[in-house]
Design a protein around this ligand. Structure first.
Ligand code: ZN
Length: 233
């Protein structure tokens, strides 16, 4: 641009810009964690929020087995994709409870999050219902040991919305169940991304494109919740 004249109008804009800059400067400490401003160019810095992603089951515990599809494998495929999306986002660190088809105790899974002082814990699983093979959809679970206003409920609700929005899958809502998640010291949830006993959903969940779509929804839910939590601090 050329020929910029310093008119009164421009001065008004400048004043507004100065005020805006001042407001932004005050907001920087709040936004810092999520903006990644303390990150190194190579990746996450000490202030990055750690997200722990758990691929349910594994090894001698395959989870549900339907038409030769092992739940543990589907869970790991989706979890891997979620971890990759989080890893590419410099605001966050990610750790997986398993990256191979191996058995890991529930206590060890939670310990990864508690010992790492994680901001979030999410277990990714797939559902099965032999009795009703038409059952379908996504459901997110939280520990029934929580109060109704616990952050885990908020995380679960945001996550459930994001995944059903992105996938278009049936929304089965958020439910409380007796779960090992009660030992988590941070917001924690378990998402069942679909039913392996449903022929259509089993075909979707073994399709890499759909796995990526589910992963994108999970990633968006995680980011939306962490941004909300940061603003609410
Ligand atoms: Zn499972």
């Amino acid at each position: 641009m050329t020929n910029i004249v310093d008119t009164p109008c421009m001065r008004t804009h400048r004043l507004r810009l100065v005020v805006l800059a001042f407001v932004l400067a005050l907001s920087v400490p709040t936004l810092c964690l999520l903006s990644g401003c303390s990150d190194t160019a190579e990746g996450s810095g000490p202030d990055s929020l750690l997200v722990v992603i758990d691929a349910g089951h594994g090894g001698r515990d395959p989870g549900a087995i339907c038409e030769g599809v092992h739940e543990a494998d589907v869970n790991l495929a989706v979890a891997d994709r979620v971890a990759n999306l989080i890893e590419a986002d410099k605001r966050f660190d990610v750790r997986m409870t398993r990256t191979l088809d191996i058995y890991v105790t529930l206590e060890s899974r939670i310990a990864v999050a508690n010992d790492g002082d994680a901001a979030l814990y999410l277990s990714i699983q797939s559902n099965a219902c032999e009795e009703y093979p038409d059952a379908s959809g996504v459901v997110t679970l939280v520990s029934d040991a929580l109060d109704a206003d616990a952050p885990s409920w908020q995380f679960a609700e945001v996550l459930q919305d994001a995944v059903t929005d992105v996938t278009g899958a049936r929304d089965r809502g958020v439910l409380a169940q007796e779960l090992y998640l009660h030992a988590a010291e941070m917001p924690a949830a378990l998402i069942e991304v679909g039913f392996l006993t449903n022929d259509d959903e089993r075909a979707q969940l073994t399709d890499p494109d759909y796995q990526q779509t589910v992963a994108q929804g999970i990633y968006e839910g995680i980011v939306a919740y962490l941004e909300y939590a940061e603003r609410s601090r």
